[in-house]
Design a protein around this ligand. Structure first.
Ligand SMILES: [Cu+2]
Length: 157
């Protein structure tokens, strides 16, 4: 069997073993973390709109994912140039002067207890030294409808 025929046989086996539309592990999870990535493509932040059914209770749930950066609990100037690239998120609500860092990579930004009305959540993808990767800011503006706060959160809040 020639090398080319062998490659074709391997390719057919791979297609049969997965669904026609399945994406590879690398497609979904990103590059192999065990090897340095020279000239890694620019990082990218993707955030879905908040779920309307949660907004109806004053809860902001927006799923996110990142490309070409791993979200990990490692910080400081010395970590900026490691490869593969690392970083985390900064989350700001309603233009308040403070934010919090989310280095959990737990899939969804979760903010509860928002009062009815217009709100804004800004999510920034930042490097290990807290500098925003160029252009990687997603700002979501949304409306929390009127809801019964005591019923959702009880009287103690
Ligand atoms: Cu930070």
């Amino acid at each position: 069997m020639t090398f080319i025929k062998m490659l074709a046989a391997v390719a057919v086996g791979t297609v049969l073993a997965t669904s026609a539309f399945a994406q590879s592990a690398k497609d979904i999870r990103g590059a192999n973390p065990y090897i340095e990535i020279p000239n890694e493509p620019a990082p990218n932040l993707i955030v879905d709109p908040p779920l309307p059914e949660a907004l109806a209770k004053g809860i902001f749930w927006a799923q996110y994912r990142v490309q070409n950066v791993r979200i990990v609990q490692v910080f400081g100037a010395g970590a900026v140039n490691v490869s593969p690239r690392i970083g985390h998120l900064h989350v700001t609500v309603d233009d308040l002067p403070w934010w919090w860092a989310d280095a959990s990579d737990n899939n969804t930004v979760d903010i509860a207890g928002l009062p009815p009305g217009e709100h804004k959540v800004k999510i920034e993808l930042v490097d290990a030294n807290h500098n925003v990767f160029p252009g990687q800011v997603v700002t979501l503006t949304f409306t929390v409808p009127n809801y019964d706060r005591a019923k959702v959160y009880g009287h103690g809040h």
